[in-house]
Design a protein around this ligand. Structure first.
Ligand SMILES: C[S@@+](CC[C@H](N)C(=O)[O-])C[C@H]1O[C@@H](n2cnc3c(N)ncnc32)[C@H](O)[C@@H]1O
Length: 275
């Protein structure tokens, strides 16, 4: 089964199951990327048949990631830890932030071998950016990882990105523990950008059917209420405009996607500073 357009020319890492769709590759397909397989494309089309906004929500999420990374770089942050970074696609964190912080260093972390293989290929000649294969449910493995430590100085402010990630940690309490552990490791003046899947303000019947379908994925997700997502910001100063739907977080302008119907973005997002 060939990769779409096979632009990456990476060797498939051992253990990649081509018969099971993956979140990273389905998301890549919805963003117009090339690093996905037939099974991912078929799955994405099935999701979209039940949940027609599926592709739109991916783009709205990615737009939040871009605005949040830009904001952090403009605050002077020049080292980034991007958790659940996905397959490198248009507008990766290191590319965004280097427009404002040319020396910025970025660590990408993902549980998907394909995502990391592509990232390593893309980043081979870039000493300021690395990608590591790891599971955020084991934060210590990431925080103590020698390559992470070699790139990120945890005595200086860090930009922590956890965008469209924590709902893949299925257990509510574990998701909170995971983000708390990362927050604890950051020095004062660091920032966290967090985005989480919800269906608080979306049609419940459609979303429940869609959620059921996502169980086929290598990493299924569990939507979270606003109240639960709010807890991920405990101990931080949540910045204006607070915890909002993706399109509402510091939009670029009145033409931004879904600004008039923000609940359709099916996510809660926020950016906070560690005091
Ligand atoms: C929807 S993508 C989001 C990509 C990117 N953060 C963004 O917002 O554009 C979610 C990513 O989280 C990764 N992921 C899911 N569970 C994970 C875990 N336990 N540890 C690390 N990465 C995980 C998936 O492999 C996938 O690449």
């Amino acid at each position: 089964m060939a990769e779409q357009a096979d632009q990456g020319h990476v060797q498939l890492p051992p253990g990649v199951n081509l018969d099971q769709p993956s979140v990273a590759r389905v998301y890549d397909y919805m963003l117009g990327g090339y690093h996905n397989f037939e099974i991912d494309r078929q799955t994405a089309e099935k999701f979209a048949a039940v949940f027609p906004d599926f592709g739109l929500t991916a783009r709205v999420n990615r737009a939040f990631l871009r605005r949040a990374a830009t904001f952090l770089a403009l605050q002077g942050i020049d080292q980034f830890l991007d958790l659940g970074s996905g397959i490198p696609t248009v507008g990766n964190v290191h590319e965004i932030v280097r427009q404002y912080q040319p020396e910025a260093r970025t660590v990408y972390v993902d549980i998907e071998q394909v995502a990391i293989a592509h990232a390593e290929m893309l980043l081979a000649d870039d000493p300021g950016t690395i990608a590591i294969l790891a599971d955020v449910r084991h934060p210590g493995d990431i925080l103590d990882h020698p390559r992470v430590r070699s790139l990120i100085d945890f005595t200086r402010p860090v930009g922590l990105m956890a965008v469209a990630l924590l709902h893949y940690v299925l257990d509510d309490d574990e998701a909170e523990r995971v983000i708390d552990t990362f927050k604890d490791a950051l020095p004062s003046g660091s920032y966290c950008a967090i985005g989480v899947w919800t269906y608080d303000d979306a049609p419940r019947d459609i979303m429940e059917k869609y959620a059921q379908m996502t169980r086929v994925l290598t990493t299924p997700g569990a939507p979270r209420s606003r109240e639960k997502v709010m807890r991920y910001f405990n101990g931080l100063d949540l910045l204006e405009p607070g915890l909002v739907h993706g399109p509402q977080w510091r939009p670029d302008g009145p033409d931004d996607l879904l600004l008039d119907e923000p609940g359709r973005s099916v996510n809660w997002v926020g950016v906070a500073r560690k005091p």
